[in-house]
Design a protein around this ligand. Structure first.
Ligand code: F1P
Length: 337
């Protein structure tokens, strides 16, 4: 978890090395829309990448688990459309992702872009363009460094479409190190606090995929009750679970923070405690704890900064629960059918 900024550097270098091919792909008129797919963590990654593709490239983009694309392609791909398939997989070996890609190529003809961490993987061989970051590989079954390196590669590749913020993103490894140093103690304190029995991760728009992934980290590593919701959705039922043993973690967006802070204030009034991650300091009525970092980057570009500190919550929780954070119950690094 702590070595992630090194992998981010490598991810940015891989994108820079493939700059021309990426720009040609974005400009190509060979596709009408984009389907983004993966499994588990990499499905959540696709939930973070698809809205960004749509917002930045102005083209319809939809995240879908690889199994849904494989088994129900007609519910994903509309008649007459010719999508680009954007696959994400740490191992590049997960059966559903590979089978979905093969099916897609046979039925719809491509093109396929993939992001992963293993150059020799089958998925890499199947793709027209592969962004591979070996520095994202990790010993752990749980995806942490790989996840943020692949997310950053996707975000940087999208930024290249307008050459816009790519240069500013080069500061992310340094910002990441500073942020981990500044808030590691808070993450340890909250992750080790046995009073918390339930964890909710709230994020909307671009942040929803991250909230889903961070909820999975807490679940996998520590076997705790943990769920993710869109901010406003949390008020439509799930908030009945909030009590004084609840930690609600809010990932604020750039554009809807007034609504998001209102939800957090409400959860505090119900007795829950809140941790807020944001670019700027927020009013204390909404936040028991906060992690602020003035990165100067838009949410389109800074998402990876949220990840290490919230992965640490799961890690420290695993320690107090007596779980091995690298080897969750019943889980292997690659799921092969
Ligand atoms: C997908 C995945 C991981 C999960 C576990 C099982 O792997 O579901 O997200 O943490 O390791 O496999 P991949 O396709 O990204 O290699």
């Amino acid at each position: 978890i702590l070595t992630q900024p090194l992998a981010w550097q490598a991810a940015l270098d891989v994108v820079a090395a493939n700059q021309e091919a990426i720009q040609v792909l974005w400009k190509s008129k060979d596709y009408t829309d984009i389907v983004v797919t993966g499994c588990g963590s990499t499905h959540y990654l696709s939930q973070a990448v698809a809205p960004l593709l749509q917002r930045q490239l102005g083209i319809r983009a939809r995240p879908v688990p690889a199994s849904e694309l494989l088994l129900f392609p007609e519910t994903v791909i509309a008649p007459g459309s010719h999508p680009l398939l954007f696959t994400i997989s740490r191992s590049g070996q997960t059966t559903e992702t590979i089978r979905a890609t093969r099916m897609f190529e046979q039925r719809y003809g491509g093109p396929v872009i993939t992001i992963g961490c293993y150059p020799e993987a089958e998925l890499v061989a199947l793709s027209d363009l592969a962004l591979v970051i070996p520095e994202g590989q990790e010993q752990s079954v749980v995806q942490t460094r790989s996840f943020s390196a692949m997310l950053l590669a996707a975000q940087a590749a999208i930024a290249l479409a307008h050459n816009a913020h790519f240069q500013a993103m080069r500061n992310l490894p340094e910002l990441g190190k500073r942020l981990i140093d500044a808030y590691h103690d808070l993450a340890k304190q909250l992750g080790s606090d046995a009073q918390f029995e339930r964890f909710y991760f709230l994020g909307s728009g671009l942040q929803y995929g991250l909230a889903s992934e961070l909820n999975l980290k807490m679940k996998e590593m520590s076997l705790s009750v943990s769920e993710a919701f869109h901010f406003m959705e949390f008020r439509h039922g799930p908030m009945s679970m909030v009590n004084e043993h609840t930690l609600v973690v809010g990932l604020l967006s750039d554009t809807a923070s007034a609504h998001e802070l209102a939800v957090l204030r409400e959860m505090r009034a119900l007795g829950g405690r809140t941790l807020v991650l944001s670019e700027d300091h927020v009013p204390t009525e909404a936040a028991d704890f906060q992690i602020n970092f003035s990165s100067g980057l838009a949410e389109n570009n800074r998402a990876v900064l949220y990840l290490p500190l919230l992965q640490l919550l799961g890690y420290y929780r695993a320690r107090i629960n007596g779980q091995h954070p690298d080897h969750p119950h019943n889980l292997t690094a690659v799921i092969v059918l």
